[in-house]
Design a protein around this ligand. Structure first.
Ligand SMILES: [Mn+2]
Length: 347
């Protein structure tokens, strides 16, 4: 999108807001750097428009790098369950859309609704008062950064670092689902960041839980020629599924990855990754959970959840098998039996 269009969107957003109104920025459950950095940038932007702003999220943040980001920067994220959305005038969804599976949040009626996102548009959205969805952008952080530039807001070192890190992780260093605007933002931000802070985030220490999860994931992995299916089992933090999926795609000769796990609240969460653009992972994710859950995503990464596992007679195991079968069918893989990644020892 050209700069003038960002300015036009900015005007549209401003016209939607009255002096001192309250805006709630809502990011997706188990937020990632892209959603956190975008929220921080948009908070700054909206405050400059003389409105009140809070940021809310659901779920938890388990990934060590994401915790390090939050620990080191000055953004106040509130749990969506400790606030009342009815107290706000505008609910602005960032890096996500209302009524998607990755938001544990019911919309109050009669509120202005806005969306700034780069995921495929949810076709079932009701009335939206403001929308800026750019599917050709690799990161929502890039969109948010364009807003700051369009309003001439100075981006301080810490925010620049967060935005830079967001674009970096979301596009795998400008290699995955990246657009021209992401590259431009990345190189502009490059000159403004705090390299020590970035180093602390990228090289953050991990908990023993990280290795326990990886251990279970490796033991639960089967290879179907060029596809990999990984059943992790119970996990403490939902974002472990995406973290494992990213790792599993590193395995040589693997083009497609499905990882799934059971969250503490007994949902099945899954992530899809691909090294090839042949199939759209966001669309495949929706096919995989058709009739049993919700999903969304991008061409090369996607995720979703199956909420009600009790509907399966065989519980989580049956649900996992169904996901796996639909996944393999979706990528035209006819292998029936997978080869375990590692030998599992029985004593
Ligand atoms: Mn994103």
């Amino acid at each position: 999108m050209k700069r003038v269009e960002t300015s036009r969107k900015l005007t549209e957003l401003k016209e939607l807001l009255q002096f001192d109104e309250k805006v709630l920025l809502i990011i997706h459950d188990n937020p990632d750097p892209d959603s956190v950095a975008s929220a921080w940038a948009m908070e700054l932007l909206l405050r400059s428009m003389k409105v009140q702003v809070d940021v809310a999220y659901g779920g938890s943040i388990g990934r060590a790098e994401n915790r390090a980001l939050l620990y080191n920067v000055d953004i106040d994220l509130r749990s969506i369950f400790t606030i009342s959305a009815a107290d706000y005038d505008l609910l602005l969804f960032l890096d996500c859309q209302p009524d998607s599976g990755n938001i544990s949040f019911r919309l109050p009626e009669d509120k202005k609704i806005g969306i700034i996102d780069h995921h495929i548009l949810n076709p079932n959205l009701g009335k939206i008062d403001f929308q800026d969805i750019r599917e050709d952008f690799g990161a929502t952080a890039t969109i948010a950064y364009e807003y700051l530039l369009a309003r001439n807001i100075k981006v301080e070192t810490d925010l620049a670092t967060a935005l830079y890190y967001a674009i970096r992780t979301e596009t795998e260093d400008l290699g995955r689902g990246v657009g021209k605007a992401d590259r431009e933002a990345y190189f502009k931000l490059h000159t403004k960041i705090d390299w020590d802070l970035l180093h602390r985030i990228v090289n953050s220490r991990v908990s023993p839980e990280y290795f326990r999860t990886m251990h279970k994931a490796i033991a639960g992995t089967c290879i179907y020629r060029n596809a990999l299916v990984c059943s992790i089992g119970p996990i403490r933090h939902p974002d472990s599924v995406a973290e494992v999926a990213d790792q599993m795609l590193r395995l040589e000769n693997i083009e497609w990855v499905l990882c799934y796990a059971i969250s503490k609240d007994q949902q099945m969460l899954f992530s899809l990754r691909s090294a090839s653009p042949e199939f759209h992972m966001g669309e495949l994710a929706q096919v995989i959970v058709a009739g049993i859950g919700t999903a969304g995503g991008h061409p090369q990464l996607a995720g979703g959840q199956v909420r009600d596992l009790d509907r399966f007679e065989g519980g989580a195991e049956e649900a996992g098998e169904l996901l796996s079968k639909r996944f393999l069918r979706g990528i035209n893989n006819s292998m029936k039996v997978g080869l375990p990644l590692v030998e599992t020892h029985t004593e």
